[in-house]
Design a protein around this ligand. Structure first.
Ligand code: IMP
Ligand code: MG
Length: 183
């Protein structure tokens, strides 16, 4: 689905499919360089990070392992609750491994700071974070993020994996959701 298919629901397209792909290619080059002599396990956070994982992993030029985790921090609303629940845990043992968490978006940062601490408690060699989007104005906790695709305004966005009430994940671009859709 593209922006034309949902044009009445979007206030603005922030990043086109091509712009997203170009930025992901740059992030992949950074990751390839930083992990050149290390085995890395990339951990995708379901469901939002599915598109980022698919494109980022294919842009990497070296071998990686992939695993998935599902956590829940929201219902179907648009505000973070800070309450994190593990819906699906990793299959992999993290002992002595280099872990890279891949996220779609950091809003308040509450989900990721909880997740990072949780994974760090499992004995990994390192835990770093890669997020496609970050909302600096929404930060409630400071969290060190090694790879950031784009810093965006504090608006609710959808597309490229990001949903509102499970819709728009299959939109090929990232857009600001028009308030009339959720108000
Ligand atoms: P945080 O705990 O506030 O950082 O929330 C992180 C999670 O909330 C993300 O992984 C998303 O699933 C969801 N989220 C935060 N902001 C947005 C948004 O603008 N659009 C869609 N989902 C969002
Ligand atoms: Mg998410």
């Amino acid at each position: 689905m593209d922006s034309q298919d949902v044009k009445d629901d979007l206030e603005e397209v922030l990043y086109t499919a091509d712009e997203i792909q170009a930025r992901i290619d740059e992030l992949a080059a950074d990751i390839d360089r930083d992990y050149a002599d290390k085995d890395v396990l990339i951990v995708g956070v379901l469901k939002g990070a599915v598109m980022v994982m698919a494109d980022l992993s294919r842009a990497l030029t070296s071998h990686i392992a992939m695993d998935w985790m599902a956590v829940s921090s929201y219902g179907s609303g648009t505000k973070s609750s800070g309450v994190v629940r593990i819906l699906k845990d990793l299959d992999a043992d993290l002992m002595n491994r280099h872990v890279l968490i891949v996220e779609d978006i950091i809003d308040s940062g509450l989900t990721l700071s909880w997740l990072k601490a949780n994974l760090e408690s499992r004995g990994p060699a390192s835990v770093e974070i890669c997020t496609l989007l970050r909302k600096p104005e929404a930060a409630k906790v400071q969290i060190e993020v090694k790879y950031v695709g784009f810093d965006i305004p504090n608006k609710f966005v959808v597309g490229y994996g990001l949903d509102f009430a499970e819709k728009y994940r299959n939109l090929d671009c990232i857009g600001i959701l028009a308030p009339h859709v959720y108000q």
